[in-house]
Design a protein around this ligand. Structure first.
Ligand code: MN
Length: 478
């Protein structure tokens, strides 16, 4: 096993951030804007207009001399491509990386520390945009927040929304997950918790930060496994935290013990605002960055936001339900369900009732899953029209519907009572034992093999066709 890792470390399979941008440009997927685009709403508006079609680069954004980038991973296939993978392999590679992370290697003289600022109005050095209408102000939205467990020293990496409260303070929403668990340990002992915020990380780091892995697993090691070789890291100047050496910008500071301040509202992935409340505070000590750094921003609710959450969850959900149901082939968190709430499942059901058991397993796999639709292997779960066709023609509500009342759901779903709500599953598979011909999908034999180019004659026009007249046949209009 050891020699495998050594061999892999000679060359990463994934692309670092700057080569990925260059690749997007070379393939017509990067739009470069005029300098000085306004940080408040204009930048987010442009990024949204091009969302899913082109990544955006804003040279010297606002009145800064730093450029902003957005929409780098706003398509599922782009994510796979940035990792050097085929789209179909994405979930499997993600599962393997989460199961078998690769320890990082430490270097000195890292690009992310070429320039160091440790005095002045630190956050005012960065071009931090304001995106949605009722956001409380400017937010850092694509920052990998890294902390270390006070007990074990093992790192955690996650993306949290970070409100610019003043020139040296951020308001941070810590949901009840790993960052908060580490902070609570520190605060119980009366201590602040050191933090590093990494902006402009490589695609593998961004994706790995969303991996659903156990506490005390450093997501930077998942990034190494995702990219095919150990990630290079560097020690922060003011703490023991290791950050990706190749990053564009690093903010060093601490989450303050026994201090809270208002944060929010902020436009979130369900296309609604997360509310304003008393939240944790990060005090900033220092900012380090590359020469001419790039500032990455994710527009709240844009495809990059939806997909970064969806794909790692798909990998985890698939892994979980396959342990009991190997008949499940694939899962997809549909974008219409904001990449969290609507799960489409493709399976080969062999037993009566099996699809309903799969529905129940899906509800248990992640509390955000709200509606589940199970279909057969002839249905493309990445095509919502195909899934709807299965519901239209294979589903009977009195026979195939599962409803669970009063379950835990997403607190950001405004139709729930603070996350307390209902689940619904639809079994849209063909009933076991149904006559085969009844559910045979129509098709024209040989259709896909026809060489269409060879059959089209571009030299002939309508007028040249013998017997053709543009006049309607009867000569009189009705
Ligand atoms: Mn974690």
């Amino acid at each position: 096993m050891a020699h495998e890792n050594t061999a892999a470390s000679s060359r990463r399979r994934d692309m670092a951030l700057r080569p990925w941008l260059a690749h997007l440009e070379a393939t017509g997927r990067l739009a470069i804007m005029n300098p000085g685009i306004k940080l408040k709403h204009e930048l987010g508006g442009i990024a949204n207009r091009l969302d899913g079609r082109k990544a955006t680069l804003f040279p010297a954004a606002g009145d800064s001399n730093i450029s902003v980038i957005s929409g780098l991973l706003s398509d599922r296939n782009w994510m796979a491509e940035s990792l050097g993978l085929d789209g179909a392999a994405l979930l499997e590679v993600f599962q393997k990386a989460a199961a078998k992370p690769l320890p990082w290697t430490e270097i000195k003289d890292a690009p992310c520390q070429q320039v160091v600022h440790d005095d002045g109005d630190l956050l005012s050095r960065l071009p931090i945009p304001t995106h949605n209408e009722h956001d409380s102000g400017a937010y850092i939205t694509a920052g990998l927040l890294i902390v270390r467990s006070p007990a074990t020293g093992i790192q955690n990496v996650a993306i949290h929304r970070l409100q610019v409260s003043n020139a040296r303070e951020l308001g941070v929403l810590l949901l009840p997950r790993h960052t908060l668990a580490f902070f609570n340990e520190a605060e119980a002992a009366g201590n602040d918790l050191d933090v590093a915020i990494v902006i402009g990380a490589d695609p593998a780091c961004l994706l790995a930060s969303q991996a659903i892995v156990p506490l005390n697993m450093d997501e930077l090691e998942v990034a190494g496994a995702l990219g095919g070789a150990p990630l290079e890291v560097v020690k922060c100047i003011g703490s023991e935290i290791r950050v990706p050496a190749n990053a564009e910008i690093v903010i060093e500071g601490c989450i303050r013990a026994n201090a809270r301040a208002p944060e929010g509202p902020f436009g979130e992935f369900p296309q609604y605002y997360g509310e304003r409340a008393e939240r944790h505070i990060i005090a900033i000590d220092r900012i380090t960055h590359r020469h001419d750094p790039l500032f990455h921003t994710i527009v709240g609710g844009a495809l990059e936001h939806l997909l970064l959450g969806a794909i790692p969850r798909e990998a985890t959900i698939l892994d979980t339900i396959r342990r009991t149901f190997p008949s499940v082939k694939d899962v997809h968190l549909a974008l219409g369900g904001v990449g969290r709430y609507h799960l489409y499942v493709q399976m080969r059901a062999r037993h009566r009732g099996e699809a309903k058991n799969v529905i129940m397993a899906c509800f248990a796999a992640h509390y955000d899953v709200k509606h589940v639709i199970v279909v057969d292997e002839d249905v493309d779960i990445h095509d919502p029209r195909s899934v709807e066709w299965a519901v239209a023609t294979r589903f009977q509500a009195d026979r195939d519907l599962v409803i669970v009342s009063g379950a835990q759901g997403s607190k950001l779903d405004p139709s729930t009572d603070d996350g307390y709500g209902a689940k619904m599953g639809m079994d849209a598979t063909v009933p076991i034992g149904a006559p085969e011909f009844r559910f045979t999908r129509i098709r024209v034999p040989g259709q896909d093999e026809i060489d269409l180019e060879a059959r089209i004659d571009p030299s002939v026009t309508l007028a040249a066709l013998q017997g053709w007249s543009a006049q309607s046949g009867g000569g009189s209009r009705r």
